[in-house]
Design a binder for this molecule. Structure first.
Ligand SMILES: [Zn+2]
Length: 386
């Protein structure tokens, strides 16, 4: 179907609200400042624990095989770390979002959620510590390859299980109810050659005023989830733009590719950790690579390497997100809805439309508003075949 488009400067849908954006900048600045302080405090706590001989004291007081001693040493170190960083955790995760009216969750709910998160992540982390110390002792040359393989396997498993086992621990998810939205979205999915069904509502509204949408799972657990805080305040065309973006992730295989990318990054990081650990273990007076007394230093090194490599992961994510945006624009042919959806989304989530460049490079998982909207404007100026 041909449509004549008059050349010139097409009128743009309204951008983000200046008042909300001023708040978004304040919120972003306070969040970043607190995050950097938390990072320094956490690293300081681990260093202090090491310098005060905490690692050695726990290792000597604990009987048993090395991996078990390492687990006890990790619990002690984790306790010191948690004590030092808990004020930042509370400030960034509860107080600030409450103050900016993003969170509507009472303190009790936030605490319960943190406890659940710790109950899930804690045993997994301790399992990795035990395996790492076993591998360090049994295969001092290849331990890093084995740990990378373990992390990769765990990440595949967690991705498969997340929509059916993990997410339900934290959020209620229900199939998208019958109605106009469901019909339009299933039409869109079918048009794109996707199996129908598999669209869920994630109930965020009891907890936050912000919204989100995602594609999650692998294989048979794959599903698209849309926040209830999205469905109740966006136009049909805007919801379709979000859905098309998520379908883009689906069709391009972004989840398996992300799992593979993260696996490669973990391998690179462990490949760097191995020579570094070999280099410092003896000068630090450790009795071997697998001496649990050295855990605080091993944790600091691996944390530092992870931090160093994290901009690569963020950059990869932004690249994937930009591609899903282009896909959404191509398949809906609705750049106006795409642009107004982005403005609404950034205002709602108090997300900066134009963050400082350094923050964009270090922290942003999506391209910021000004980049995403530029893509929509390009299509608005010169619409291609839909
Ligand atoms: Zn996305």
């Amino acid at each position: 179907m041909a449509e004549t488009v008059i050349a010139g400067t097409p009128e743009l849908p309204p951008g983000p609200d200046p008042e909300r954006q001023a708040a978004a900048q304040r919120y972003g600045r306070l969040q970043r400042r607190a995050y950097l302080l938390e990072l320094l405090t956490g690293a300081g706590a681990a260093l202090a624990w090491w310098l005060a001989g905490g690692g050695r004291a726990v290792a000597e007081a604990t009987p048993g095989p090395t991996p078990a001693v390492a687990v006890v040493a990790a619990l002690a170190l984790g306790g010191a770390y948690a004590l030092a960083t808990v004020p930042f955790d509370w400030y960034r995760g509860h107080l600030l979002p409450r103050r900016f009216k993003l969170s509507v969750q009472p303190l009790r709910g936030w605490l319960a959620q943190r406890a659940k998160a710790a109950a899930v992540a804690g045993p997994l982390g301790l399992g990795v510590v035990a395996f790492t110390y076993w591998a360090l002792g049994a295969f001092p040359n290849y331990w890093w390859l084995m740990v990378a393989a373990l992390l990769f396997g765990a990440s595949v498993l967690l991705t498969v299980l997340s929509p059916v086992l993990l997410m339900p621990l934290f959020f209620r998810m229900t199939p998208l109810p019958e109605g106009a939205v469901r019909r339009r979205l299933l039409d869109l999915a079918e048009r794109l050659g996707m199996p129908a069904g598999g669209v869920y509502v994630i109930h965020l509204g009891a907890r936050t005023t912000a919204t989100n949408a995602a594609v999650m799972g692998l294989g048979r657990t794959r599903r698209i989830v849309l926040g209830d805080t999205l469905l109740d305040r966006y136009t049909m065309e805007e919801i379709e733009a979000v859905m098309a973006h998520e379908l883009g992730h689906h069709l391009r295989g972004d989840i398996p590719r992300s799992v593979a990318f993260q696996g490669a990054l973990a391998l690179a990081s462990l490949g760097l950790l191995h020579p570094a650990w070999r280099g410092v273990a003896k000068p630090l007076g450790l009795e071997g690579l697998d001496d649990p007394a050295g855990l605080p230093v091993l944790a600091l090194l691996s944390g530092g390497l992870g931090l160093l490599l994290s901009p690569l992961e963020k950059g990869y994510n932004r690249w994937v997100e930009a591609a899903a945006d282009r896909f959404a624009l191509r398949c809906t042919g609705e750049p106006r809805a795409f642009i107004s959806m982005l403005a609404r989304l950034h205002d709602q989530n108090l997300s900066e439309a134009r963050p400082p460049r350094w923050a964009e490079l270090l922290f942003w998982d999506h391209p910021p508003y000004y980049r995403r909207v530029a893509e929509g404007q390009r299509q608005l100026a010169a619409p291609g075949p839909a």
